[in-house]
Write a protein that binds this ligand. Sequence first.
Ligand code: HEM
Ligand SMILES: [Ca+2]
Length: 672
Amino acid sequence: QNCPFAQRALTSSQRMDWARSLYLDELRPQDLDLYVTEGHPGFEVWAEADVAQPFWDDFRRARILLAATEAINHKMFFDRECNDLTPYTNCFTRLDVCYDTTGLRCDPNLRYRTMGGTCNNLVNPKLGAQFSAYSRLMAPDYHDCLHSERRTAIDSIELPSPRIIGNILAENGFGIQQAAPTVSVLNVFGAFCGQLITHDTGSRINVQRYNFSGPGIQCCSQYYTRRLSEEISHPACKPIDIPVNDPFYSQFKANCLNFVSSQTTFSNDCKVGPAQQSNSVSAFMDLTIVYGDDQATQNRLRSRQSGRMITNAANVLPETPNCRQQPCYFLGDVRLNQTPMLAQWHSLFLRLHNLIAPLISANDEIAYQEGKRLTTALYQRIVFNEWLPIILGQAESINKQLTCDPSKANCGKYNQYVDPSNTNEFTHGAFRWLHAFVPSTINLYGPDKRLIMSRALSDMNSSQVNILNGNYDNLLRGVLNDPVNYGGYSPELRNRLMKDARGMGIDLFSIDIKRARDHGVPPYHTFISTCTNTPAQINNWPDLDPYFTPASLKILQTIYKSPRDIDLLVGVLGERRLTPYTILGKIGSCIIAEQFKRFKFGDRFFYQWTDGPYPFTQPQLQEIERFTMAKFLCSVSNIGSVPQNAFLTPSATNPIVACTSIPKFNFALFAK
Ligand code: HEM
Ligand SMILES: [Ca+2]
């Protein structure tokens, strides 16, 4: 290949200069007061988890690679369409800074998944593994082709502030169309299942000081009255502007919301190019939220007796006093203390594991590994066969081979060329749409359906250990009974999330929109051609008629200058529903279905595969296919009765059934 600039390959000191010019990972000690401290709204988000040294080194080298790309870009090659680099990337591939995947020796016959997801894909053992990059369905849309935020299609001026977009949408219920109330709809329990899958497969982290775990970066002045000037703020700062007349924040005179760019890393093909964000957990649906991504976490969680994992006296989750809100729980994922509903989902799997493991073997190691394998299989089974048909619609889910009956239909097979990574468009775009359906209040009901407690979302996390330890079944009844919220992002999430003592919190909607822009997620219209399989030209507002109702289009026109500007999530929230009963439209369901295809066909250890190194036997597989969420809940709680389909609100078509009428899972088939 002709590499016209090869002789100009960057020396290591030049690369360091560029890295310094970006200045993203080191700060002077005197800048320390720029960090968020306890008591700030959103402290929980900005105070980051520990990152092990080798990953820090990766992050730093990735910045150098990006700096090199930037230098090439400025001096030589990109056009405005970001096209020109592609033919030359091979000239720059081995900048000797990428991690070495050849150093990973994978045993193709290994019976169990590795910690953190390495060696699942034998062609590229890092694909989908902890700390690899989020992948993409489309080329990123950065204004400078590399890392800066997208701008309007019309005059290349900044897009409207996410807060202003949120304020307009809030007045219009976020454009969300109401489902027919006469049928069962997704319940709160089902919404939090989405969050569980999210946390299993994705976790971006903010840029932080190099090799330093502590408070996160602050981009606004104290009390959030203004953004810090660029000279004194951290280069990773991208604060969100709040209008002075904001209906909520004006009472605090707050004009700035903290926002820090995500940590970037090497692209999965290790080539020069635009910024790629790091995913700090394994992207596989392998229950890393329960078992952890690394050996140290796993060791901390195992009891070393009959394969069981440790738990607290109430058999909810292990507790620790060493946390920001004391006491709190711990398990495989650090985010579990966000709400009792999320913690409870973790607890359900912990209980299931502890029920299964001792029945498999008396040998601790065998019981643990086999218990983990079966628990993970049962999780995949309920997500693909019960949860997805509700989210995507039964027909779509079957059509895409996501939901299937292995004894009757062709369920497809593992494909090593399917990239299992989590895509930016899914995690930082479409899948956050369920945030809009989280209710503002959570209710707890006793066995006699009596209301026992009703709590605003923003008041729950500080006392969640009390709530969950004492009210396990009451909380479960609440989330199973109550429907999701159809009014759009609730004020609890838009104003009071992780609030400070004054009651001022952060705005999840603004963060979601800003995050997608920070990650280069392209706007809504770019997905139309791919998702509809027909070339679509979206140049004028009427071109969007097939995708939005006239009322929704009118709102969008008040927000954006061009139909080519619409943030992906805003489009997904407002687009026409596929059927009156689904909560997604064409583009949203297309992006989500594509991701679940990757989670299934890109996972060498997916439970249905019969040709892997260690498949389930036919009788075992048949028993797994008989597992349901209702059976799961009856096995690990004392609620006594459940909605037949536990992800849907009870109704005439989804009656509440007694646990005694549900056949038990035959664990004997799995004994070793
Ligand atoms: C009370 C409920 C919830 C709260 C308070 C919450 C809060 C958050 C926060 C603070 C973030 C990080 C935002 C950022 O800095 O970019 C986040 C990320 C995310 N949330 Fe939620 N969330 C909730 C429920 C859900 C649910 C039900 C879903 C269902 C799909 C969901 C999906 C996601 C996704 C996909 C991400 C991105 C994860 C990643 O980093 O890979 N969340 N959420
Ligand atoms: Ca995982």
